[in-house]
Design a protein. Structure first.
Length: 434
């Protein structure tokens, strides 16, 4: 089946090429603050959540083209509009509607095509003077955002692709599974836990610290993820070149991983080594799950075990609501819960939350845990998700707000709890409405 064609329409200098580059994921169209820069039509295939389509960038619309070349270009653009299954009418949100916008809208209405209006250059995330532009032009579907700052793009693609058919599955696609890197100090039982998770004696297990030097990777039996055992990290590796190289490889494995599993000895208190490993994980913005191994050696009551877990959670306060589990690799206890936590961490880091849901929940936060900040009129006015892995959100504050007084850590904790993202680093990009 041929992919449907979506055409970007708009007068010159409204940001069509920037939007085109944003959607296709790379610089294909030239972008400058110059009129009539685009002359040729660029077409690229895009896949949005299993719905493929062809996206076309066009020259700026001119009702009265001057010269044979401009006239020929305009006729080609009009032919493209007639062939399209969907049209995105791009407007400049910083300017009022002009005669060219009105003339283009009149032309598009005459085609009887489905048109989604994208009001571009709304950098602070809130509708401005064009908040009724779509209705004035006769198009009810309107999305506000900024192509340059990746705001509103997901909502635009949702609207555009709503009725497009899903792509037929490839004959034999290779499923990309999340990679879980087992990290931690030497002799915490990482290799034993690794073998227990994958159901095979893949990693060499020894009481001698530093047995593992190369990363060992194996598929978890149910196919939920791929586990990677790594060399234990020492505080310093000055004397042994193999330990230096193993440490470098461990960091490289972390960079390529989707989830970090920190394995610690439940019978000993937290050390600087665990904090150091957690610091590496946080620096690489990976979700963290903590396994307190050797729990079979503990002689504690249920309440005491719960207290032990809480104390370890407090150690890793860089991560919101980090999941800490007592496990026994030797006796294969609590492994099902651990596997479930690892899968959940990956899903949470990959989660995409719609702008509407985000803003409804933020309003609840303002009435709940953020009353003090709300009273100072620096409350979050608008929030949108920019990316995943790690989840990154743009929070647009009201005029006069102070970034320094924004309760960032508390806000991150509320987001983590509201959308169930334990142990997932959440990035916040604070922006103030000018």
């Amino acid at each position: 089946m041929e992919a449907p064609l979506v055409v970007l329409a708009g007068r010159t200098n409204v940001g069509k090429s920037t939007l085109f580059n944003r959607i296709v994921g790379r610089r294909e169209a030239l972008v400058l603050n110059a009129l009539h820069l685009t002359r040729d039509v660029l077409v690229k295939r895009v896949d949005f959540e299993g719905r493929p389509f062809l996206l076309a960038d066009t020259p700026g619309f001119a009702p009265k083209p001057e010269g044979p070349l401009a006239e020929a270009v305009q006729k080609g653009v009009e032919r493209l509009f007639r062939q399209a299954e969907g049209i995105v009418l791009v407007l400049d949100g910083r300017a009022s509607l002009g005669s060219e916008d009105l003339e283009l809208a009149r032309f598009l209405r005459g085609l009887g095509k489905r048109v989604v209006v994208f009001v571009n250059k709304i950098d602070f995330g809130m509708p401005g003077q064009l908040d009724t532009a779509g209705y004035e032009l006769g198009f009810p579907e309107v999305v506000y955002g900024s192509a340059e700052h990746n705001v509103g793009i997901y909502d635009l693609l949702e609207a555009v692709c709503r009725d497009f058919p899903e792509d037929e599955p490839a004959p034999a696609p290779t499923k990309v599974l999340p990679r879980v890197a087992l990290l931690g100090p030497q002799n915490a039982g990482k290799s034993t836990l690794f073998n227990a998770l994958v159901g095979a004696e893949r990693a060499v297990v020894s009481d001698v610290p530093g047995t593992t030097r190369d990363a060992v990777e194996e598929l978890e039996p149910s196919g939920a993820f791929r586990a990677v055992d790594t060399a234990g990290l020492k505080r310093k590796a000055k004397s042994d070149v193999f330990e230096k190289l193993s440490g470098i490889k461990t960091i490289g494995t972390l960079e390529q991983a989707d989830v970090a599993l920190l394995v610690a000895d439940a019978t000993t208190p937290p050390t600087r080594q665990e904090l150091r490993v957690a610091g590496y994980v946080f620096a690489h913005k990976k979700p963290l799950v903590v396994a307190l191994n050797k729990s079979d050696l503990l002689t504690l009551s249920s309440d005491e075990k719960a207290g032990l877990v809480r104390s370890w959670q407090g150690v890793f306060n860089l991560f919101p609501r980090v999941c800490v589990l007592l496990v026994s690799a030797l006796e294969k206890k609590n492994l099902a819960a651990l596997k479930s936590a690892l899968v959940k961490a990956h899903e949470a880091a990959s989660k995409r939350i719609s702008t509407g849901v985000l803003n409804r929940e933020v309003q609840k936060m303002l009435k709940g845990g953020l009353e003090a900040f709300h009273a100072k009129k620096g409350n979050p006015m608008y929030i949108t998700q920019v990316s995943t892995n790690p989840p990154r959100f743009a929070v647009f504050l009201g005029r006069g707000a102070n970034r320094e007084t924004f309760p960032l850590k508390h806000f991150v904790s509320l987001l983590s709890a509201t959308f169930d993202m334990p142990g997932v680093p959440i990035e916040i990009d604070l922006r103030i409405k000018s």
